[in-house]
Design a protein around this ligand. Structure first.
Ligand code: GDP
Ligand code: GDP
Length: 436
């Protein structure tokens, strides 16, 4: 099951992004790396003790043209829609303000747990300042200093104490997938087309603590699917939804919660940088992927149109060479019926296990055709390989010296593994280890 989500809320300048950065540490997810954007992180993975969780900095959504009340309402709505636990931040330096009270009032209406952090308490003498904040009615205020890294342990302890119980989650055989793509590529139209035709919608899953956003359906073949974040795709018309960063964050979150990603491109407008950004995140996260080119009906086609488009995709998305491509039209319904089978096939490959004996036969044959590289007279030796994990399939290859395994040779071995076993649609992870 996906890791719980903590959302950080509070009026501007109390230190939300400072705290976010402290908690996330070095393992950052860059949401946007344009120069001039100081606050580029909105969504990231974090851990504390044995807990993994995800953190959203609602202040990073940047609705700065909006008046305070609209902006803060947007932040709180975002937190309520996405999070399991809310971290409200105030400032011990400025003390309790009217604006803090406004934020707290909005949080009363929810039944989500709230942890209150009083930031900028940089030294012990200031600790008495926190008592004023009991007046917010959100329970015990925890003094912290984001810039000095003081007091974070207590806040994190309080947060993880509210995480949903993992034991309560039940086993599930359904295939979890999400539809990802820029605005206007046709995601909603695709959802409606897929769900509209002879599919039985089993039920909307009530998230344990989150709003129901996933749709479960069964195909005529009896395969069960869960479409992740259907509500997000269908657009709910909230203030914060118009921001670009929100769209990217939402996509990252849906990717984390899925096994298979349908990456939708628009045949009419072609490939954009934003497409690569999200695809790169899915690849790094080790998810299975199908590339769906939508609006195929809008092109004047000849015998080469499809091949040319495919070549262009392969060129632009070199790292996704394993992903099958399908050309569809959500408008006419062309080839949409192929999607369920494709999703199931790549999901099968994503969780495929191969026997060590066959794997080693394949590698030894590969090495016989194309001998291992040498460096300064030393030759790479490959001793043994074994699959250690699925989703994505992960292999450990034992060698004499890790330094001798060049990228191109590793690529060659990966291709040989792909030729021998069908791993269409899934990234593979190769871990090279020294054997003494
Ligand atoms: P946000 O708007 O709530 O995300 O606030 P920022 O994280 O951008 O911080 C606002 C300002 O407060 C910045 O100038 C920070 O350097 C400062 N700040 C953040 N945390 C602390 C802290 O623990 N102590 C002090 N003294 N200043 C802090
Ligand atoms: P989303 O923002 O990705 O969810 O995109 P929408 O589903 O809202 O579609 C954006 C626009 O593209 C709408 O005007 C749709 O009618 C149109 N559209 C979606 N799919 C197709 C398609 O296959 N062909 C054509 N011609 N238009 C499409």
């Amino acid at each position: 099951m996906p890791a719980p989500i903590v959302a950080v809320v509070g009026r501007p300048n109390v230190g939300k992004s400072t705290l976010f950065n402290r908690i996330v540490g070095e393992r950052m997810a860059i949401v946007e790396d344009q120069p001039g954007v100081t606050r580029d992180r909105l969504y990231a993975h974090a851990e504390w003790l044995n807990y993994e969780f995800r953190l959203i900095d609602t202040g990073g959504i940047e609705m700065s043209d909006e008046p305070f009340l609209t902006e803060i309402r947007g932040q709180v709505e975002l937190a309520l829609d996405e999070a399991d636990v809310i971290l409200m931040v105030v400032s011990g330096r400025e003390g309790l303000t009217r604006e803090d009270e406004v934020v707290a009032k909005m949080l009363y209406k929810t039944n989500k747990p709230v942890v209150l952090a009083v930031n900028k308490v940089d030294n012990p003498e200031m600790r008495s300042e926190v008592f004023d904040f009991y007046a917010l009615g959100l329970g015990e205020p925890f003094p912290v200093s984001g810039s000095h890294g003081i007091g974070l342990g207590d806040v994190l302890d309080a947060l993880v104490a509210h995480f949903p119980d993992e034991a309560a989650e039940q086993e599930d055989d359904a295939i979890r997938f999400s539809i990802i793509g820029r605005p206007n590529v046709g995601k909603s139209s695709m959802v409606n087309a897929i769900l509209g035709e002879d599919r039985m919608i089993v039920s909307n899953i009530e998230g344990t603590t989150r709003d129901a956003v996933d749709t479960r359906f069964v195909t005529n073949d009896g395969d069960e699917f869960v479409m992740v974040d259907t509500a997000g795709i269908r657009k709910r018309g909230k203030v914060y939804e118009n921001t670009e960063k929100y769209a990217v964050m939402r996509a990252m979150k849906a990717i984390d919660e899925s096994n298979v990603i349908l990456m939708v491109l628009d045949a009419e407008t072609g490939i954009r940088d934003q497409d690569k950004h999200v695809a790169g995140y899915a690849h790094d996260a080790g998810k299975a992927m199908v590339i769906v080119v939508n609006k195929w009906d809008t092109l004047k086609k000849d015998n080469h149109t499809m091949t040319k488009f495919e070549e262009k995709i392969r060129q632009e998305f070199k790292f996704l060479d394993y992903a099958p491509i399908v050309f569809v039209s959500a408008k006419t319904g062309q080839r949409l019926d192929r999607l369920p089978d494709l999703i199931r096939d790549v999901d099968d490959n994503h969780r495929k296990r191969v026997a060590s004996s066959s794997l080693n036969d394949v590698l030894m044959d590969a090495i016989a055709i194309n001998p291992t590289p040498t460096d300064n007279g030393r030759r790479l030796r490959v001793y043994y390989a074994t699959q250690v994990a699925v989703q994505p399939p992960t292999f450990v290859i034992f060698v004499n010296d890790v330094e001798l395994m060049h990228f191109s040779y590793q690529r060659f071995l990966e291709n040989k593994i792909r030729e021998a076993f069908d791993f269409t649609g899934t990234p593979l992870k190769l871990i090279i280890r020294p054997r003494k």
